[in-house]
Design a protein around this ligand. Structure first.
Ligand code: NAD
Length: 480
């Protein structure tokens, strides 16, 4: 069976009949054959998305109706948690429990934004006697969304939900490495009564469907989640058509642990922040900045934890699944070698594990790289794997300086029992989100998320994300 595109409410093959193979990273074998969208398919999807904007069923529907449909989508996702989680786990490799959590977060996006669909309000502006001036927040139009492979259903929902709550329509291009749940999400949305053309899903290649979408003259907005290099390329394409862009890019986020921290909490938080999804998370806490006195105890406990983790196929629900592809696996291995050459020491892991159920899957051990100094490549570049770079500091000022010595600024964690120190550090960290004595907030659907510096611009999640999907019209009335 070929997984199809979704255009104008219909499942469809690619215009030229082309397909591509999707691999199961837990086995290294084939998982599915998927229609490969072409430029012609992108044209059709963008046309359908515009028609939906102008339709009675969508553009002409009361905002509350959008909310009702979104509540049904949320429920449908919850009802199909096992089916969707298993599909996500096979496609991406993540452990089933993480995939289940991802489905819940996806449902939560629809639920959260359903509630705002009929509350997107403007202002009145006092101009004095004889005038009424008001603003209306209108949908920006067709939102093109290009997403990565690491959290397909979550990131798919994260972009679609605020866009359709605002009355926009969407053309979504999932990543070629893991497109399955995004396609299923599009199908479920239709089953829940979303009118044709409101959400179109175009699996395909980045350089073909992705580039055709980003450079399409008729899109009105672009939300891109992925690497910095591709982000720069698509932002340039969108700029040629004066299309505004939300850029959610990479990170090298620091977890800063002071010696007065609750180490029980910190061990758990630091380990989850790097090993969840095998480190393939934009907001992964991939740098540990630890105060000298706490170093030995913290690293020993992290090492115990890492050694105790079961690595295995996602659907066997291990502690950590495989890396998405052979190419990514080799890149991670390369980084560990680079770190060693730079003088870092592998405290735990650093290799491919062996085991009876690992077969030809793309597995890598949870890895701690100790004795990292702030300017090493492994401290500066996003590895996108389960590799924690451990850096020691002595003073608060030094920790802040090291944390900010990065081209990225997505997330940071601060671990201390001293609230004054925590607040002072949080205020000086250059990152879009700072967590104190925690890291992440169960998906963080409600919290604005996005980068400083090369981690991107614009905000997703939370009510702030609606700014990207609405445009403000000011109406000025003069009366006698
Ligand atoms: P990627 O940039 O290679 O691909 C992302 C998407 O862009 C895919 O759908 C791909 O097909 C598409 N694409 C590739 N080339 C394209 C082109 N020339 N034109 C248009 N589209 C193109 O990223 P990836 O490897 O899939 O994901 C990993 C990266 O994503 C990491 O850097 C990670 O930090 C980042 N990421 C960021 C966030 C965030 O919210 N900030 C979330 C997840 C991942």
């Amino acid at each position: 069976m070929i997984e199809q595109l979704i255009i104008d409410g219909q499942r469809a093959g690619a215009s030229d009949g082309g397909t591509f193979e999707v691999c199961d990273p837990s086995t290294g074998g084939p998982l599915a054959t998927v229609a490969k969208a072409t430029k012609a398919d992108v044209d059709r999807a963008v046309t359908a998305a515009h028609a939906a904007l102008d339709s009675k069923a969508w553009g002409g529907a009361p905002p509350a109706e959008r909310g009702r449909i979104m509540i049904r989508i949320a429920q449908s996702l919850r009802d199909r948690t096992e089916e969707l989680a298993t599909l996500e786990s096979r496609d991406n490799g993540k452990p089933l429990k993480q995939a289940r959590a991802d489905v819940q977060v996806a449902a939560r996006y629809f639920e959260f934004f359903a509630g705002i669909a009929d509350k997107i309000m403007g202002n009145t502006i006092p101009l004095g006697p004889g005038f009424l001036d008001y603003t209306v927040r209108e949908p920006i139009g067709v939102s093109a969304q290009i997403i990565p492979w690491n959290y397909p259903i979550q990131i798919g929902a994260r972009g679609i939900a605020p866009a359709i709550a605002a009355g926009c329509t969407v053309v979504l291009k999932p990543a070629e490495d893991a497109p399955m749940t995004a396609i299923r999400l599009g199908e479920l949305a239709l089953e829940c009564g979303l009118p044709p053309g409101v959400v179109n899903v175009l699996p395909g290649m980045g350089t073909e469907a992705g580039a055709a979408l980003a450079s399409h003259p008729d899109i009105n907005q672009l939300t891109f989640t992925g690497s910095v290099s591709v982000g720069i390329a698509v932002a340039k394409m969108a700029a040629d058509n004066v299309v505004p862009v939300v850029m959610e890019l990479g990170g090298k986020s620091p977890n800063i642990v002071f010696d007065d921290a609750d180490l029980d909490l910190a061990v758990q938080g630091v380990a989850n922040a790097i090993f969840q999804n095998a480190g393939q998370t934009c907001s992964a806490g991939s740098r540990l900045l630890v105060q000298r006195k706490a170093h030995d105890a913290l690293v020993a406990r992290l090492a115990d934890r890492a050694k105790g983790m079961r690595v295995g196929p996602g659907v066997s629900d291990p502690d950590m699944g495989p890396i998405i592809s052979k190419k990514q696996l080799e890149m991670i291995e390369g980084y560990v070698k680079i770190g060693q050459r730079e003088g870092a020491q592998v405290a735990v892991g650093g290799e491919r594990p062996s085991g009876p159920d690992l077969g030809q899957g793309f597995f890598f051990q949870p890895t701690l790289l100790d004795r990292v100094s702030p300017d090493m490549r492994v401290a500066q570049e996003e590895i996108f794997g389960p590799v924690l770079a451990i850096i020691v500091f002595d003073e608060v000022e030094e920790a802040i300086a090291i944390a900010n010595r990065s081209q990225y600024g997505l997330v940071a964690g601060v671990w201390t029992r001293d609230i004054n120190k925590a607040m002072a550090v949080a205020s000086r960290i250059k990152a879009g989100q700072v967590y104190i004595n925690t890291y992440g907030a169960g998906g963080g659907v409600e919290l604005p998320f996005g980068g400083y510096k090369k981690s991107g611009y614009g905000r997703e999640k939370g009510l702030d994300s609606l700014a990207s999907y609405t445009q403000i019209k000011n109406v000025c009335v003069k009366f006698a």
